[in-house]
Design a protein around this ligand. Sequence first.
Ligand SMILES: [Zn+2]
Length: 132
Amino acid sequence: MRRIDNCLECGEVREIAAHGLCFTHYREKQRANERQLPPGVDRHSPGVRREQKKLFRGFTSVMVGLSDLGVSRADVLAIRRIVEPYLAPIAKFLSLPPEENEVAVAGEQKCESGSLFTQPPKISNKAGGQNA
Ligand SMILES: [Zn+2]
């Protein structure tokens, strides 16, 4: 048997669902709670925004282009430095701790295209064993 009481919301004498609320208002409140996202979650501001994505693409194109041209590491770094200010909006995504950065650069030497950000662990088959 349900308790009959005044609903805290509408004040009418009704069957009480929980928390002193009639079924109508209890459900209403539940629905409102469900709609609420945890603090810090905001679907309208994804971590990487459209403008940022564009910058990533531009930066990737530059790096891939330099790679295809066989530009020396020193020159790549120089160009990277020139381009730096344009990357300000995505800088927080690009800067890694120094050691990680070094590893990424070292593994990049013979990388063909597009994989500048995520370096799959690749076994180098640089015609080493077939020489003799
Ligand atoms: Zn009510």
